[in-house]
Design a protein around this ligand. Sequence first.
Ligand code: 13P
Length: 253
Amino acid sequence: MARDGLRPLVAGNWKMNGLKSSVSVLDEILSGYSDDLASAVELLVCPPVTLLHAFSGRAGSAIAVGGQDAHQSVSGAYTGSVSAEMLSDLGATYVILGHSERRAHHRESDDEICAKAEAARHAGLTAIVCVGETREEREAGRALEIVASQVDGSVPDGATAHDTVVAYEPVWAIGTGLTPDAADVAEVHALIRHRLTDRFDEAGTGIRILYGGSVKPQNARELMGVADVNGALVGGASLVAADFLGIARAYLP
Ligand code: 13P
C-alpha cells in the first residue's frame, strides 16, 4: 500500500506486439506474481485485442487484463472498431484511452476520449485516461497548461476511483529512455490531483494517477516513490516478464 492509502497499479501496455505464443510471457508474469507482490500491488496487462480472450482466461482473477482503446458506441457500422462492451465480453476489466499514440496517429480529441471513457463506464470497465505534453510543449513552458486541459477535457463528469485512472505520460519520455526528474513528475501529478479533487471532491482523492514513459526496473523505485504517483503504465518493459515484475517489485519494502 502506498503512503496515500491507494492500492498501486502497475499496468503493461503491449501496444501492437504479441502473437498467440506470447501467452508464455503472461504465464511467466503469473508465476512470478508472488503473494507478497500481490498484496503490495495490482497488476494489469493490456495485450492487443487479438489476445484478450486467451489472456483473460489464463489470468483468471490473479491479474487484470484490459484493452488499449474502445469505440464510444456500443455497436454499429464502424468497420474495424471494437466497443467497450466487446472488451468486457472478452474478460477485460480495464481499457487504456487517449494514449498519445492514438491522439497523434488517430487524431483523437479530448471530447472523443471523454465519450469513450463514458462508454467504458457503461460497459463496467475502468478507463485509464492518458494525458501528457510533447517535447515542444514542455520546452515552451506549457506542460502544466496542456496536461490540465487534457485532464479537464478527457475525464468525464462523475468520474470515481472505481471507473477512472489517469496516466501521465510525457510524449517525449515514451520509448526514448528519457524520464522527467522526480520534481517535474511531482509537479504534474500534484496538478492532476488538484484538478481531480477540485472537480470530484472526495472521489478525486481516490482516483489513481499513474506515471508512464520509459519506466524500467532501474528507475521504478524512484519514480514510484514520488508523491501522488500511484503506479506505472509501462510500454516496452512490460513485454519482458522479468522487467515487468521488477517494476512491480518497486512496491516491496
Ligand atoms: P515505454 O515504457 O516503452 O516508454 O512506453 C510507455 C507507454 O507508452 C505506455 O503506455
